[in-house]
Ligand binder design. Structure first.
Ligand SMILES: Nc1ncnc2c1ncn2[C@@H]1O[C@H](COP(=O)(O)OP(=O)(O)O)[C@@H](O)[C@H]1O
Ligand SMILES: [Mg+2]
Length: 249
């Protein structure tokens, strides 16, 4: 079910069609469906929110798009900045890694294991990889860390021993500074205080104005209300047993 709150007048960056993901537990010869019949679109400069109860497969959809999971079914059609369209469900590893580097970014509710490097360097890294000079990249990284209220004395330290909220700010800064073409967000503000959440909301709005396409899961319905141009509601998937009962009835 998709609700369009605003008219669609923006280029489509991502179209997910008939997406499904299931897990096969070989030891128990069981199949666990995690997402079924998912249809959604994400547009340049707009945010599509994924809603639905716990277990309806919201996180699994994002992981399928980012290719943390290999989708079981459906198409994940991504339009790149060069104008070609590619099915992320079928693209080879090399191509996926290149898109993660250049165009698609993912902020998860579970904190990435970031390497033991100074936080400011980790935030600058996506820019450096794309050819920005070290000094300019570090300047931009510091600017973003300051905006997200990460205390300055932490910038030169590795986030390994940071609190959850501090790590989350480094994660977010890394994705925000890179201005990806498609930004995937899984409860990005879940471990942040209200003040920092407000700053993140402001930064996400700026990215939208800049043209970033976003697909997001927010824990707080007020954030969906405030941020989303499109809302896609997922249902808890039916197990194989439930499907069989239906066809037999
Ligand atoms: N790696 C996995 N192995 C087995 N089952 C999984 C795995 N990942 C997710 N699932 C199952 O898929 C369903 C949907 O999970 P998830 O995508 O996390 O939902 P949501 O984010 O909407 O709460 C859940 O029943 C979950 O247990
Ligand atoms: Mg989830």
């Amino acid at each position: 079910m998709t609700h369009h709150i605003e008219p669609i007048d923006s280029p489509c960056v991502l179209r997910v069609q008939g997406y499904a993901k299931q897990f096969v537990l070989h030891e128990q010869s069981k199949i666990i469906p995690s997402s079924q019949h998912v249809e959604l679109s994400v547009y340049q400069g707009q945010l599509t929110a994924l809603i639905g109860p716990t277990g309806s497969g919201k996180s699994s959809v994002l992981k399928g798009i980012y290719r943390t999971y290999l989708p079981s079914d459906g198409r994940v059609l991504y339009r790149s900045k060069n104008g070609y369209e590619i099915d992320l469900a079928k693209a080879d590893e090399h191509h996926i890694l290149q898109l993660r580097n250049d165009e698609i970014s993912f902020v998860t509710q579970f904190l990435h294991v970031l390497p033991r490097k100074p936080s400011e360097f980790l935030v600058a890294q996506p820019l450096i990889k794309r050819g920005t000079s070290m000094s300019e990249a570090i300047d931009k990284a510091r600017d973003m860390l300051a905006r997200l209220n990460l205390p300055e004395h932490l910038w030169c330290l590795s986030p390994t021993n940071f609190s959850g909220g501090e790590k989350q700010r480094v994660n977010l800064a890394r994705s925000l500074v890179a201005k990806p073409r498609l930004l995937l967000l899984d409860e990005p503000t879940s471990s942040l205080d209200p003040t920092t959440t407000n700053v993140v909301v402001k930064e996400l709005k700026k990215l939208k104005d800049y043209g970033v396409a976003m697909l997001a899961i927010f824990h707080d319905p007020a954030l969906v209300e405030e941020m989303a141009e499109h809302i896609v509601e997922l249902q808890i998937p039916q197990s194989i047993e439930q499907l069989q009962e239906k066809t037999q009835a």
